[in-house]
Write a protein that binds this ligand. Sequence first.
Ligand SMILES: [Zn+2]
Ligand SMILES: [Zn+2]
Length: 357
Amino acid sequence: MKAAMYYDRGDIRIEDVDSNSMGQSDVLIQVDSTGICGSDLHEYAAGPIFAPGESPHPLSGETTPIRMGHEFSGVIKEIGNHVSHLEIEDKVAINPILCCGSCRQCIKGDYHICDSIGFIGLSGGSGGFAETVVLDAEHVVPLGDKIPIEYGAFVEPLSVGLHAVRRSNLHVGDTVAVFGSGPIGLAVIQCAKAAGASNVIVSEPRSARRQKAIECGADEIIDPSAVDAPDHIQSQTNGGCDISFEVAGVEASFKDAIASTAPGGHTTIVSIWEEEVRSQLNNLVLGERTVTGSLAYLGGPRAQEEYGMVIKMMEHGVLDPEPFITDRIKLDDIVKLGFEKLLDPKSEHVKILVKPN
Ligand SMILES: [Zn+2]
Ligand SMILES: [Zn+2]
């Protein structure tokens, strides 16, 4: 069975590996589609970050190399004796969250902020850049038959966008600014529109991504290298937007995201940061603005929560991953036609799906 193994930054190899052995609570899944995520790119360009490196991850117990890929869908081909909520040939999406189940947050059901948080395909486990995976059935969420199985690879990133919007204090009719329209930015745009935003302005330097923002429902796009984003947003929103999202992970957009909000406004940070940022905190104090962090999505073992919401919203056409997809490639081409293309600053790609079978 072929799988993409993450060894270290700049070092991902396609190898022939054994399929993991099946336990009684496991299922074997033939992978259909796996998205290459911004986190995967961080690991390749600057990692190991979430990947364990030389010290074992506390929950997976694994060190690198690990089987990579955490945004994926597939079809169940084998089922362990103790699994009751799934059947052979079910189409499924994978919830990759690894949590300890016993820390303060896990006891409250906030698995996504577990002290030992990890993700299958980033921290160890049976990652989705592989022909098949063996996973505990607790990680497996039925997709039903109403949406294409390929869309199952988008339940994870769309859930990240949904969670950010649910954290953001957005109310129907609010004005919104989104800084960055990569895959998670696009997910935030679609979810903000679904939540009733009246005007979504998107700031994104890459023209291909600005175009995608329009396809995902943005009302206006701006190029922050050509206009002063906070000035422009203030002029379009009667003195500042109600809600902003930082989805770019750079200091300039962090500052712009706060400066674009009206007094009393809320900014939600969705990016993972490689560096520290500096900011004038009087921008928060003098206007009573709020900044919130948002990580992953609600729902741990078996609990579908935001995963279930995203699947329903896709069924009803409220969320649509189609504009995200810019290529579909074979597993063997993952580095050259996947990682390298997405890391090229001139690239027009947004989401590349790997098709291992
Ligand atoms: Zn991801
Ligand atoms: Zn925990």
